[in-house]
Design a protein. Structure first.
Length: 220
């Protein structure tokens, strides 16, 4: 591994470590304040919900690390596509969106599946596809404009029988030359908006879609 690659890897590890430690420290602080009575009973429920969101974020981050170790480009393990499993759309979309309901509400961001009653299905592991959508929604919550709408549409293309999912919203812009699906990459505008983000989530999306579902993912 050359010096540039080593530096990039160390920077990624450092960033991911901070992204895991910071919310856990927040949860520890909240629990300490509840135990010693610093947090009033009126604010307790709100702080507990906030702590839960921090734990959920950390679990998602650890899950992304596990997927990266298993399906990363340099992994020696050949990805196994689970044809015996079915991903029901929009069920997987809705489950992923529900994960961010509270965080989205705090920023005035609403996630809406337009044709939620139209059911489609593709072969594959629903847990993996759900993680793809969770990572995308997580980016909208972090970098999306406040009081905005994230619209989702899904349909089967008649000619190719391909599932198409479009997710549209307003967020921090990225430059055409920025590979937002690259490992450890975060757009310049995203960095200016918030220090949060591991630079891993969208890369995991690409790994899962490309290597396991044999599909394509893009942003514009």
């Amino acid at each position: 591994m050359n010096d540039k690659a080593t530096h990039h890897t160390l920077a990624l590890i450092s960033n991911v470590t901070h992204q895991a430690i910071n919310p856990l420290n927040g949860v520890i602080g909240t629990l300490d304040n509840i135990i010693d009575g610093t947090i009033s009973s009126e604010r307790r429920d709100q702080r507990i919900k906030s702590a839960r969101s921090q734990l959920e974020y950390t679990v998602s981050l650890i899950r992304n690390l596990a997927y990266f170790a298993q399906y990363g480009i340099n992994s020696n393990v050949s990805p196994k596509f689970k044809e015996n499993k079915i991903c029901v759309i929009p069920q997987v979309l809705i489950e992923a969106a529900q994960f961010f309901q509270e965080q989205g509400a705090s920023h005035g961001i609403r996630i809406e599946v337009e044709n939620r009653w139209e059911q489609n299905a593709v072969k594959g592991d629903p847990d993996l596809l759900r993680q793809v959508f969770m990572n995308i929604f997580d980016n909208f919550i972090k970098y999306g404009y406040e009081h905005s709408l994230v619209e989702i549409k899904q349909w089967i293309q008649k000619r190719s029988k391909t599932l198409i999912v479009t997710i549209t919203g307003q967020s921090a812009v990225f430059e055409p030359e920025e590979d937002i699906f690259g490992l450890g990459i975060r757009g310049r505008a995203a960095k200016e908006k918030t220090s949060a983000g591991s630079g891993l989530g969208l890369h995991i999306c690409k790994l899962i879609v490309d290597r396991l579902f044999k599909g394509n993912i893009s942003a514009s």
